[in-house]
Design a protein around this ligand. Sequence first.
Ligand code: E4P
Length: 217
Amino acid sequence: MRFFIDTAKVEDIKKANDMGVICGVTTNPSLIAKEGRDFKEVIKEITSIVDGPISGEVKATTVDAEGMIAEGREIAAIHPNMVVKIPMTVEGLKACKVLTAEGIKTNVTLIFTANQALLAARAGATYVSPFLGRLDDISTRGVDLIREIAEIFDVAGLDTQIIAASVRNPIHVTDCALAGADIATVPYAVIEQMTKHPLTDAGIKKFQDDYKAVFGE
Ligand code: E4P
């Protein structure tokens, strides 16, 4: 399983990129709004940091296929690495079909059932984004959805990639990897949590103490 970072905060993207662990970025309208910056400006900056797929979503207020297609073309024109993120609706599927036919990569988002994922894949989606954490929030096991989608795509021979999204903690990450997600898109705070273990800290301290006891600072 590969990692994308799920944020529009360039400082966090730089930190994760410097660690060498991410190969792409996902954003959404809430994450863009949180930064309070112009969409194109922030997306361009992100493309200059990470050399991999960058998902930019159509405006939250654009609900018709024609509007999504027009915006999708604009997003794709920002940089060759751009992926157009489209909500999972009837109109979104129509937009996905047209953009895919034009060779534009798509990420169908807000996936909460295996059937939605299957439809998106049939419409030509490059990626589907099932939202693990938001399902857990309503007492439904998000990881079961990832596993179902992975199995269905495998049985059907579909090459649409699964981006496990709405990842909230390190256990989610392990669960997604075991369930067959191709990618997990993870906030920076979770990436940092994943680096930690108390025995690692204790081990570093012991090595330092033992070294200093013989060789000094
Ligand atoms: C996915 O692409 C979304 O940007 C994101 O993972 C949503 O996460 P949240 O449910 O924590 O907002």
